[in-house]
Write a protein that binds this ligand. Sequence first.
Ligand SMILES: [Zn+2]
Length: 520
Amino acid sequence: MRQYIINLAKTMSIWNKRYPLKFIQMEMCLQEKKKELQIPIMSLREIQHISTKMPKPLNEDELRLFLEFHHEIRALVYFKDLPDFIILDTQWLSDAFKCIVTAEKFRKDVSRHRMKGKLKDLNVRGILHSDVLEGIFKDENNILYQQDQHKDDILNIMEKFDIIIPAPRESLDEKDYYYVPCMVKSKPEKDIYEMFNVTNDNCKKSTWLCFKFMFLPPHLINHLIASLSRKFKIAELDATEQKKGQIALFRGTVVFELHKSTKLRKLILMTCPNFIQIQILELKKEIKRGMYKDIAAFVTEEIIKIISRRFKMSNVKFDKKWKCGLKQPESVTGLNDFSEKQIIKYHCEKCQATHKFTDEWSDLQNESLCITKEEFNFTKMGMIVLNILADVLYDLLKQYRPNLPPRSDCDITYLYREHRNLNKHIPSNLWGGTWQTIPNTDIAIGDDIERIRLTRNELQHSKTFNLDDNRFNDLCNIIGHLLKRFDQNIKPVSRYTDRLNETLAKTCSEEEVISVENEI
Ligand SMILES: [Zn+2]
């Protein structure tokens, strides 16, 4: 028996590591299971059950350790938050991934013909439609045939491996679809600046922040695209310019909106041989020192995380450099080191000119971004709208619709629409009024729902993020009254008016200014 275990252990990648006997027992049981099962998937509960039948059962902590360890050495796939979906055979999973990302080979010509456009979307633009996904689970020629019950789990796992990115939906009824960065083959049809109608006159371009590698692992960029997509939306091209809804996800180039609603700040992410680089397009403000230090830090951190945690490579190193943002982004020359010394000008050999140096990526920040009174007002009002007023609409709706999605999935646009569909609290002058058509004396609940929508729209349509004192005080006044009415009507645990006063009394940080600009 002893010799058998030693031989068995030698064939395993864990040989030479401290490895308890209990684990070997467990591993043998799972090997058996893997052969028995039609598809190698088990739940944590089932594995727990197996364990209790062993001569030396694993306790809960040991079992967790067992699973984490085997996930680590890639013998199985286990995520703590997906306990019902433990995959005993990594080869099976990789085959499952393969039949999803290479969905071109549907045998049934009918469905193939019907989905021609959508299959092309996948193979050229890296967009995976739900119809194509459903087709895969109906195709008897692949291993996912009739495994529909596992569809969500497989998609969740693919998301965890950064293979697919869920596309943001405009409304909750829209069908799911996904971006698959590794499948994108199309390159930008023309200059990326031209695609967004960006010129040196209407837009300030930051310098390029370059991550220069000795060796750039081929899929690093796809993981980085996934990381950035979790935080920012991929930009859409102008509808007039291209087909509607086409997004700026190309082979080697992706553009993200850093300000979701105003679209006044964009991030370009590009790969060139052996480097990854980013540039910010600033369509409204002046670029100031240290303005993009958070973005620089975020991208750097994500790259480090991908290299160390996902790839587990300790030998991949990179240096950060910068280069002029005005000439062709593809150029690999003209890279400069960041220096400790502050410079304000530099001579650019590419442009044959002297440029001002803003040091926008720097975290050595001497002057802080000063927040103006108007920006401060805007931020305050944004916080009131995003937190308190949205809560009011949510709490009110919940009284009639107990199965609402979680609050974090519901924004004012959605909540307002639901109230309108519900048609329970009809405004005195019907739906869709303006400030002018709703007199102060109209104080029905429906009128206040309209006031919430109008306040939110006023902020959302502002392109400057400024709110002057007069308008700010007017809005505070209107909101103060309406919250008092909702306090009486909804009777929330903590009163809305108290929360309003708390928000008004607080100062706001630069981060809050930026986050309100992003979310409103
Ligand atoms: Zn230059």
